[in-house]
Design a protein around this ligand. Structure first.
Ligand code: TXA
Ligand code: MG
Length: 325
């Protein structure tokens, strides 16, 4: 068998100085390293090396038109790759490091592989808050392209074990530093040069907080326009099992994913948050879906309020429930 098709043993690294130095060396060598962020585990590659970025698409089996987020260590580092604006400054000062991604026009001499942008003239950038991600970006000292570290279309990983279950043998290493706090991906805001701020994806930062800082409402993306919503495939984040939404109770044969206190005592009943706390529910969402999916039964999901982080939770649940193609 030719060497490049042989499965690789995936190294498990911890967030020690040695583990982080090894992870940074692997990224420099064009290898793939999964690392924790506060939202979900990312599958990282050097965003300047086309072959390394291509390997992300191959490992995930991801459609090639779906652009990636470049993770950087600081606002200064972001400015090397995108054209900055007053609105970007306002949002970055308020929310970076944190679960917010900004889509901005690419700067001249941005140095980013077009496989990261999938040929668009904009780049999604974010400064993650997780200490392990921060240390890795500091050690690597360059932009790291990273989608969520799951096979394309499957549930996003919030622990190193989830990453291993999906990608073992397909990537060089996994940096393990526990479970992710936020649990859903970053909120993505597109900042157009005409001052329009567009919500491209609801996520781990509530839109109300962003609107309060911007002092204007967010525009919604035009789902008919592939440029404002690339890669927003309807069926995504999908467990193997069928998912039924807005279910106030389980039917025969279904597992139940509840929200708030409820009396389901079966092993296949879980609640996203006993107290009805949306932040806790977001943090539990993918882990609970992974657990229920392993039981191989259809999953009924309780109604989730459509406010704050509920927007992101409902967005992911609707994708999980969408018909597969
Ligand atoms: O929390 C997160 O955002 C995680 C962690 C690892 O940082 N990453 C993540 O990446 O969720 P991914 O690849 O699963 O989702 C990136 C989203 C995709 O929906 C993609 O279409 C959108 O960002 N995106 C990337 N670049 C874009 C661009 N230039 N314009 C519009 N959307 C873009
Ligand atoms: Mg993803």
């Amino acid at each position: 068998m030719p060497q490049n098709t042989a499965p690789k043993a995936t190294e498990m690294l911890s967030a020690t100085p040695q583990g982080l130095a090894r992870a940074a060396d692997l990224l420099r060598a064009g290898e793939l390293v999964s690392f924790p962020t506060e939202t979900v585990y990312g599958l990282g590659a050097d965003a300047r090396q086309g072959a390394a970025v291509a390997a992300i698409y191959a490992a995930k089996g991801r459609p090639s038109f779906n652009p990636l987020i470049a993770h950087v260590a600081s606002i200064e580092a972001a400015k090397r790759h995108v054209i900055w604006s007053d609105q970007a400054e306002l949002l970055a000062r308020a929310f970076w490091p944190g679960p917010l991604t900004l889509v901005l026009p690419l700067a001249p001499d941005h140095g980013i592989s077009d496989l990261v942008t999938a040929g668009l003239d904009t780049l999604a950038v974010r400064v993650p808050a997780h200490p392990c991600a921060q240390k890795l970006l500091a050690a690597f000292d360059g932009p790291v392209a990273a989608p969520s570290a799951n096979p394309s279309g499957r549930i996003s990983p919030t622990t190193a074990a989830h990453v291993r279950a999906g990608l073992d043998g397909r990537i060089a290493a996994i940096l393990d530093d526990g479970a992710c706090d936020v649990g859903v991906e970053s909120t993505i805001i597109g900042l157009a040069t005409n001052g329009l701020a567009v919500l491209l994806r609801p996520g781990g930062l509530a839109t109300e907080e962003i609107e309060a800082v911007l002092g204007q409402p967010l525009a919604s993306r035009d789902i008919k326009d592939p440029l404002t919503a690339p890669g927003q495939l309807l069926s995504h984040y999908a467990p193997q099992a069928r998912v039924r939404l807005n279910a106030t109770s389980a039917r025969a044969g279904e597992c139940y994913l509840g929200f708030g206190r409820y009396s389901g005592a079966r092993a296949c009943d879980l609640t996203l948050s006993e107290t009805g706390d949306l932040a806790e529910a977001a943090a539990n969402l993918f882990g609970h879906l992974h657990r229920l999916d392993a039981l191989n039964q259809p999953i009924a999901v309780a109604p989730i309020p459509e406010t704050g982080l509920g927007l992101a939770i409902n967005d992911r649940l609707r994708r999980a429930a969408a018909p597969r193609n």
